[in-house]
Design a protein around this ligand. Structure first.
Ligand SMILES: Cc1ncc(COP(=O)(O)O)c(C=O)c1O
Length: 306
Protein backbone atom coordinates (compact mmCIF):
# COMPACT_ATOMS: atom_id res chain seq x y z
CA UNK A 1 0.00 0.00 0.00
CA UNK A 2 1.35 3.42 -0.89
CA UNK A 3 0.48 6.68 0.83
CA UNK A 4 -2.12 8.64 -1.10
CA UNK A 5 -2.52 12.38 -1.34
CA UNK A 6 -5.63 12.66 0.83
CA UNK A 7 -7.06 10.96 3.88
CA UNK A 8 -10.06 11.74 6.07
CA UNK A 9 -9.78 12.82 9.70
CA UNK A 10 -13.13 12.70 11.53
CA UNK A 11 -14.78 12.90 8.12
CA UNK A 12 -12.83 15.89 6.86
CA UNK A 13 -10.66 15.45 3.76
CA UNK A 14 -7.10 16.59 4.58
CA UNK A 15 -3.76 16.26 2.78
CA UNK A 16 -2.14 13.07 4.17
CA UNK A 17 1.01 15.01 5.07
CA UNK A 18 -1.01 17.20 7.44
CA UNK A 19 -2.78 14.44 9.41
CA UNK A 20 -1.35 14.18 12.92
CA UNK A 21 -1.86 12.41 16.22
CA UNK A 22 -0.53 13.53 19.59
CA UNK A 23 2.70 11.69 20.52
CA UNK A 24 1.54 11.74 24.17
CA UNK A 25 -1.85 10.14 23.38
CA UNK A 26 -2.73 6.62 24.64
CA UNK A 27 -2.86 5.62 20.96
CA UNK A 28 0.81 6.50 20.51
CA UNK A 29 1.98 5.38 23.95
CA UNK A 30 0.06 2.13 24.42
CA UNK A 31 -1.48 1.26 21.06
CA UNK A 32 -5.00 2.05 22.34
CA UNK A 33 -6.99 2.07 19.16
CA UNK A 34 -8.93 -0.23 16.86
CA UNK A 35 -8.92 -0.54 13.10
CA UNK A 36 -10.13 -2.34 9.99
CA UNK A 37 -8.31 -3.26 6.79
CA UNK A 38 -10.72 -2.95 3.87
CA UNK A 39 -10.33 -3.48 0.10
CA UNK A 40 -11.84 -1.82 -2.89
CA UNK A 41 -11.70 -3.57 -6.28
CA UNK A 42 -11.67 -1.75 -9.59
CA UNK A 43 -13.96 -3.24 -12.24
CA UNK A 44 -12.89 -1.86 -15.65
CA UNK A 45 -16.01 -3.13 -17.46
CA UNK A 46 -18.33 -1.35 -15.03
CA UNK A 47 -15.87 1.58 -14.60
CA UNK A 48 -16.61 1.21 -10.94
CA UNK A 49 -14.71 0.66 -7.71
CA UNK A 50 -16.46 -1.76 -5.36
CA UNK A 51 -15.66 -1.75 -1.64
CA UNK A 52 -16.02 -5.28 -0.33
CA UNK A 53 -18.28 -5.91 2.70
CA UNK A 54 -17.85 -2.37 3.97
CA UNK A 55 -20.84 -2.57 6.34
CA UNK A 56 -19.50 -5.74 7.98
CA UNK A 57 -16.06 -4.14 8.50
CA UNK A 58 -17.62 -1.07 10.08
CA UNK A 59 -19.85 -3.20 12.30
CA UNK A 60 -16.73 -5.03 13.50
CA UNK A 61 -14.97 -1.70 14.12
CA UNK A 62 -17.89 -0.65 16.32
CA UNK A 63 -17.76 -3.98 18.16
CA UNK A 64 -14.01 -3.46 18.80
CA UNK A 65 -14.74 0.03 20.18
CA UNK A 66 -17.40 -1.40 22.49
CA UNK A 67 -15.19 -4.22 23.80
CA UNK A 68 -12.34 -1.77 24.50
CA UNK A 69 -14.81 0.62 26.23
CA UNK A 70 -13.97 3.40 23.76
CA UNK A 71 -16.46 6.10 22.74
CA UNK A 72 -18.41 5.16 19.64
CA UNK A 73 -19.58 8.50 18.29
CA UNK A 74 -20.54 7.71 14.71
CA UNK A 75 -23.34 5.74 13.07
CA UNK A 76 -22.30 3.15 10.46
CA UNK A 77 -23.63 5.39 7.65
CA UNK A 78 -21.33 8.20 8.78
CA UNK A 79 -18.28 5.92 9.01
CA UNK A 80 -19.18 4.65 5.55
CA UNK A 81 -19.09 8.22 4.23
CA UNK A 82 -15.62 8.76 5.82
CA UNK A 83 -14.30 5.81 3.77
CA UNK A 84 -16.04 6.73 0.51
CA UNK A 85 -14.96 10.37 0.78
CA UNK A 86 -11.32 9.34 1.16
CA UNK A 87 -11.55 7.23 -2.02
CA UNK A 88 -13.34 9.94 -4.00
CA UNK A 89 -10.89 12.62 -2.85
CA UNK A 90 -8.02 10.56 -4.31
CA UNK A 91 -10.07 9.55 -7.37
CA UNK A 92 -8.77 5.97 -7.13
CA UNK A 93 -9.50 3.91 -10.23
CA UNK A 94 -7.53 0.81 -9.33
CA UNK A 95 -7.65 -1.90 -6.67
CA UNK A 96 -6.93 -0.39 -3.27
CA UNK A 97 -6.32 -1.36 0.35
CA UNK A 98 -7.64 0.97 3.06
CA UNK A 99 -7.40 1.30 6.79
CA UNK A 100 -9.93 2.95 9.06
CA UNK A 101 -8.47 3.64 12.48
CA UNK A 102 -10.27 4.80 15.64
CA UNK A 103 -7.56 5.98 18.02
CA UNK A 104 -7.69 7.20 21.62
CA UNK A 105 -6.07 10.47 20.78
CA UNK A 106 -6.29 13.67 22.81
CA UNK A 107 -5.03 15.98 20.06
CA UNK A 108 -8.19 18.09 20.29
CA UNK A 109 -9.09 18.16 23.97
CA UNK A 110 -8.98 16.78 27.48
CA UNK A 111 -8.48 13.03 27.60
CA UNK A 112 -10.67 10.51 29.40
CA UNK A 113 -10.33 6.72 29.58
CA UNK A 114 -12.83 6.42 26.73
CA UNK A 115 -12.34 9.38 24.41
CA UNK A 116 -11.96 11.47 22.39
CA UNK A 117 -11.59 8.91 19.66
CA UNK A 118 -10.24 10.24 16.36
CA UNK A 119 -11.27 8.42 13.19
CA UNK A 120 -8.68 8.34 10.41
CA UNK A 121 -9.06 6.74 6.95
CA UNK A 122 -6.12 6.23 4.62
CA UNK A 123 -5.53 4.01 1.60
CA UNK A 124 -3.67 3.41 -1.62
CA UNK A 125 -3.19 1.12 -4.61
CA UNK A 126 -2.56 -2.50 -3.70
CA UNK A 127 -1.01 -5.04 -6.09
CA UNK A 128 -2.18 -8.70 -6.02
CA UNK A 129 -0.84 -10.70 -3.08
CA UNK A 130 2.62 -12.04 -4.05
CA UNK A 131 1.85 -15.63 -2.95
CA UNK A 132 -1.56 -16.02 -4.58
CA UNK A 133 -0.26 -18.09 -7.51
CA UNK A 134 2.78 -19.86 -6.09
CA UNK A 135 1.58 -20.44 -2.53
CA UNK A 136 3.72 -19.82 0.54
CA UNK A 137 5.76 -21.77 3.05
CA UNK A 138 4.62 -21.50 6.67
CA UNK A 139 6.33 -22.19 9.98
CA UNK A 140 4.62 -22.97 13.30
CA UNK A 141 5.46 -20.15 15.68
CA UNK A 142 7.02 -20.76 19.08
CA UNK A 143 4.95 -17.77 20.26
CA UNK A 144 1.43 -18.68 21.44
CA UNK A 145 -1.56 -16.73 20.09
CA UNK A 146 -2.72 -14.40 22.87
CA UNK A 147 -5.69 -15.86 24.74
CA UNK A 148 -9.18 -14.39 24.96
CA UNK A 149 -8.69 -13.90 28.71
CA UNK A 150 -5.43 -11.97 28.17
CA UNK A 151 -5.44 -9.88 24.98
CA UNK A 152 -8.43 -11.00 22.90
CA UNK A 153 -7.84 -11.31 19.16
CA UNK A 154 -11.59 -10.85 18.63
CA UNK A 155 -10.91 -7.15 19.31
CA UNK A 156 -9.10 -5.83 16.23
CA UNK A 157 -6.92 -3.48 18.24
CA UNK A 158 -3.50 -2.09 17.40
CA UNK A 159 -1.74 -3.60 20.42
CA UNK A 160 -2.66 -7.17 19.34
CA UNK A 161 -0.33 -6.88 16.37
CA UNK A 162 2.74 -7.01 18.60
CA UNK A 163 1.97 -10.73 19.06
CA UNK A 164 1.77 -11.06 15.27
CA UNK A 165 5.04 -9.21 14.77
CA UNK A 166 6.91 -11.60 17.08
CA UNK A 167 5.65 -14.58 15.09
CA UNK A 168 6.15 -13.02 11.68
CA UNK A 169 9.76 -12.00 12.26
CA UNK A 170 10.56 -15.36 13.85
CA UNK A 171 9.11 -17.13 10.78
CA UNK A 172 11.18 -15.03 8.39
CA UNK A 173 14.35 -15.58 10.44
CA UNK A 174 13.64 -19.32 10.16
CA UNK A 175 13.36 -19.12 6.36
CA UNK A 176 9.55 -19.32 6.11
CA UNK A 177 7.23 -16.90 4.31
CA UNK A 178 4.58 -16.72 7.04
CA UNK A 179 3.82 -17.89 10.59
CA UNK A 180 1.00 -20.04 11.94
CA UNK A 181 0.04 -19.62 15.59
CA UNK A 182 -1.01 -22.32 18.01
CA UNK A 183 -3.08 -21.09 20.94
CA UNK A 184 -2.44 -21.66 24.65
CA UNK A 185 -4.23 -25.06 24.36
CA UNK A 186 -1.81 -26.11 21.61
CA UNK A 187 -4.52 -26.01 18.89
CA UNK A 188 -4.09 -24.28 15.52
CA UNK A 189 -5.33 -20.69 15.75
CA UNK A 190 -4.54 -18.53 12.68
CA UNK A 191 -1.77 -16.56 11.00
CA UNK A 192 -0.78 -13.09 12.30
CA UNK A 193 -3.15 -11.40 9.83
CA UNK A 194 -5.19 -14.18 8.25
CA UNK A 195 -7.30 -17.17 9.22
CA UNK A 196 -6.62 -20.72 8.05
CA UNK A 197 -8.52 -23.45 6.22
CA UNK A 198 -7.58 -27.07 5.49
CA UNK A 199 -9.04 -29.56 3.07
CA UNK A 200 -9.10 -32.98 4.76
CA UNK A 201 -10.80 -36.01 3.24
CA UNK A 202 -12.20 -33.64 0.62
CA UNK A 203 -13.90 -31.43 3.25
CA UNK A 204 -13.00 -27.88 4.33
CA UNK A 205 -12.07 -27.47 8.00
CA UNK A 206 -11.30 -24.24 9.86
CA UNK A 207 -10.55 -23.51 13.54
CA UNK A 208 -13.73 -22.47 15.39
CA UNK A 209 -13.95 -18.88 16.70
CA UNK A 210 -13.11 -19.97 20.27
CA UNK A 211 -9.54 -20.73 19.13
CA UNK A 212 -8.27 -17.16 19.71
CA UNK A 213 -8.72 -15.83 16.20
CA UNK A 214 -10.29 -12.83 14.55
CA UNK A 215 -13.82 -13.50 13.34
CA UNK A 216 -12.70 -12.89 9.81
CA UNK A 217 -15.05 -11.50 7.18
CA UNK A 218 -13.15 -13.35 4.43
CA UNK A 219 -13.52 -16.59 6.41
CA UNK A 220 -17.29 -16.04 6.44
CA UNK A 221 -17.29 -15.17 2.71
CA UNK A 222 -15.33 -18.32 1.82
CA UNK A 223 -17.57 -20.62 3.84
CA UNK A 224 -20.50 -19.24 1.84
CA UNK A 225 -18.66 -19.57 -1.50
CA UNK A 226 -17.45 -23.12 -0.77
CA UNK A 227 -21.08 -24.10 -0.15
CA UNK A 228 -22.51 -22.27 -3.15
CA UNK A 229 -19.85 -22.94 -5.79
CA UNK A 230 -18.31 -26.28 -4.76
CA UNK A 231 -21.12 -27.83 -2.65
CA UNK A 232 -18.71 -28.10 0.29
CA UNK A 233 -19.80 -27.53 3.91
CA UNK A 234 -17.02 -26.23 6.19
CA UNK A 235 -16.44 -27.85 9.59
CA UNK A 236 -15.59 -25.32 12.34
CA UNK A 237 -13.76 -27.14 15.13
CA UNK A 238 -10.48 -27.55 17.03
CA UNK A 239 -7.61 -28.29 14.61
CA UNK A 240 -4.40 -30.10 15.61
CA UNK A 241 -1.02 -29.02 14.24
CA UNK A 242 -0.43 -32.46 12.69
CA UNK A 243 -3.69 -32.12 10.74
CA UNK A 244 -2.07 -29.40 8.67
CA UNK A 245 0.77 -31.76 7.78
CA UNK A 246 -1.80 -34.45 6.91
CA UNK A 247 -4.13 -32.18 4.90
CA UNK A 248 -4.58 -32.40 1.11
CA UNK A 249 -4.70 -28.59 0.85
CA UNK A 250 -4.35 -25.57 3.13
CA UNK A 251 -4.73 -21.83 2.65
CA UNK A 252 -4.74 -18.56 4.55
CA UNK A 253 -7.47 -16.02 4.01
CA UNK A 254 -8.11 -12.40 4.82
CA UNK A 255 -8.90 -9.05 3.26
CA UNK A 256 -5.23 -8.58 2.34
CA UNK A 257 -4.27 -12.28 2.00
CA UNK A 258 -7.41 -13.03 -0.11
CA UNK A 259 -6.98 -16.81 -0.67
CA UNK A 260 -3.28 -17.60 -0.28
CA UNK A 261 -2.27 -21.27 -0.64
CA UNK A 262 0.05 -22.85 1.95
CA UNK A 263 2.31 -25.37 0.23
CA UNK A 264 4.25 -26.53 3.31
CA UNK A 265 4.26 -26.24 7.10
CA UNK A 266 7.58 -26.58 8.96
CA UNK A 267 9.16 -27.98 5.78
CA UNK A 268 6.55 -30.76 5.42
CA UNK A 269 4.65 -30.47 2.11
CA UNK A 270 0.90 -29.97 2.39
CA UNK A 271 -0.56 -32.64 0.07
CA UNK A 272 1.91 -32.99 -2.79
CA UNK A 273 3.30 -29.49 -2.19
CA UNK A 274 1.41 -27.92 -5.10
CA UNK A 275 -1.64 -25.65 -4.98
CA UNK A 276 -4.72 -27.90 -4.85
CA UNK A 277 -7.93 -27.84 -6.95
CA UNK A 278 -10.33 -26.67 -4.21
CA UNK A 279 -8.05 -23.73 -3.39
CA UNK A 280 -7.66 -22.76 -7.07
CA UNK A 281 -11.39 -22.89 -7.72
CA UNK A 282 -12.06 -20.88 -4.55
CA UNK A 283 -9.54 -18.19 -5.58
CA UNK A 284 -11.49 -17.75 -8.78
CA UNK A 285 -14.91 -17.54 -7.16
CA UNK A 286 -13.55 -15.14 -4.51
CA UNK A 287 -11.99 -12.79 -7.08
CA UNK A 288 -15.14 -12.96 -9.25
CA UNK A 289 -17.20 -11.99 -6.20
CA UNK A 290 -15.05 -9.13 -4.88
CA UNK A 291 -14.54 -7.54 -8.31
CA UNK A 292 -18.17 -7.91 -9.35
CA UNK A 293 -17.22 -10.14 -12.33
CA UNK A 294 -19.94 -12.37 -10.88
CA UNK A 295 -23.26 -10.65 -10.24
CA UNK A 296 -23.93 -12.79 -7.13
CA UNK A 297 -23.88 -11.14 -3.71
CA UNK A 298 -24.27 -7.59 -5.04
CA UNK A 299 -25.11 -6.54 -1.46
CA UNK A 300 -21.49 -7.28 -0.47
CA UNK A 301 -20.16 -4.62 -2.90
CA UNK A 302 -20.53 -0.89 -2.24
CA UNK A 303 -20.05 1.13 -5.45
CA UNK A 304 -17.97 4.25 -4.85
CA UNK A 305 -18.73 6.33 -7.95
CA UNK A 306 -22.45 6.95 -8.35
C1 LIG B 1 -5.41 -11.25 13.13
C2 LIG B 1 -6.21 -11.34 11.88
N1 LIG B 1 -6.84 -12.48 11.59
C3 LIG B 1 -7.59 -12.59 10.48
C4 LIG B 1 -7.71 -11.56 9.58
C5 LIG B 1 -8.61 -11.69 8.39
O1 LIG B 1 -9.78 -10.96 8.66
P1 LIG B 1 -10.66 -10.34 7.49
O2 LIG B 1 -11.02 -11.48 6.61
O3 LIG B 1 -11.88 -9.81 8.18
O4 LIG B 1 -9.85 -9.34 6.82
C6 LIG B 1 -7.04 -10.37 9.82
C7 LIG B 1 -7.13 -9.26 8.87
O5 LIG B 1 -7.87 -8.34 9.08
C8 LIG B 1 -6.29 -10.24 11.01
O6 LIG B 1 -5.64 -9.10 11.28
Amino acid sequence: MTDATYMTVNGKVVPSAEAQINVASPAAKYGIGVFEGIRGYWNADDEQLYVFRLREHLARLKQSLKLLRLDDDHAIERLESFVLEMIRANDFKTTIQMRIMALLDDADGARTDNGPVGVYVQGGPCPPHPFMRSGLTAGTSSWARTADNALPVRIKCNANYVNGRLAELEARAGGFDRAIFLNSRGKVSEGPGATLFLIRGGRPVTPSPSNDLLESITRDTLMRLLRETQDLETQERDVDRTEVYAAEEAFLCGTLAEVTPIISLDGIPVGDGAVGPVTRALQKSYLDTVTGASSDHADWRTPVYV
